[in-house]
Design a protein around this ligand. Structure first.
Ligand code: IMP
Length: 208
């Protein structure tokens, strides 16, 4: 293995562990979900809790891409990083809060969303996640995941984070907050995006 490494790689500190990824987030809930999933692919995910810029846009893909490129430039592309952005899109509210989910969670909260849906029959909603990989060797790749479901009539459960107590994925009766991390990972937008990411990384390895 060492024979394959070039002298200048050592000098430029370019040796990276292909099994390790740095997830740029301060959200313990997100981190727990991704670590659990990564283990199944023999990958290690470390939390990189550093500042990232979030632009305002109607498209979470644009938000995630901008943040990822900004962080990658800041760390001079030395280590593989992943930046993820997610949002809750409620059909009866024309996709609100969508890209504004974080702000709406902090301001209106779960009860604010439930009030907006008071008396409305259509509870259909989905979560969408976009995960952007910026890899020193493999380059930039974007992965997405969606989970369809409905908004519950009242909050249930204590697990997870954010809108988990009011979101029921299709095929379930429980809210995300009532599911274990591994059960949430069977359905969630984030798990779908990261599974795509991990499978893509594994497919690169087998070609190497
Ligand atoms: P962020 O900008 O990706 O951190 O996500 C925006 C907001 O969407 C978060 O503050 C959460 O309130 C909400 N959110 C994103 N993913 C989830 C999830 O898996 N469960 C519950 N809420 C989520």
């Amino acid at each position: 293995m060492e024979d394959m490494l070039k002298k200048e790689d050592f000098e430029n500190n370019n040796i990276i562990d292909m099994n390790v990824l740095y997830f740029v987030t301060g959200n313990q809930g997100k981190y727990r979900e991704v670590v659990e999933l990564a283990r199944k692919y023999g990958l290690v995910v470390e939390m990189l809790n550093i500042e990232k810029i979030e632009i305002q846009s109607d498209d979470i893909r644009e938000i995630a891409l901008f943040s990822a490129r900004w962080v990658a430039a800041k760390i001079r592309r030395k280590i593989p990083i992943v930046v993820e952005d997610a949002g809750l899109f409620i059909e009866a509210l024309n996709g609100f809060p969508g890209p504004y989910s974080s702000y709406v969670y902090k301001t209106l909260g779960l009860n604010g969303i439930l009030k907006l849906l008071d008396g409305i029959e259509n509870r259909r909603a989905y979560f969408r996640a976009v995960a952007v990989l910026e890899h020193p060797v493999l380059g930039e790749q974007v992965f997405e995941g969606i989970v369809y479901g409905r908004i519950a009539h009242y909050p249930r459960g204590t697990g997870g984070f954010g809108f988990d107590p009011i979101f029921v994925p299709e095929g379930e009766e429980k809210t995300f907050a009532e599911l274990s991390v591994s059960d949430k990972n069977k359905y969630s937008h984030r798990a779908r995006a990261f599974r795509n990411l991990f499978e893509w990384i594994r497919s690169r390895f087998s070609k190497a």
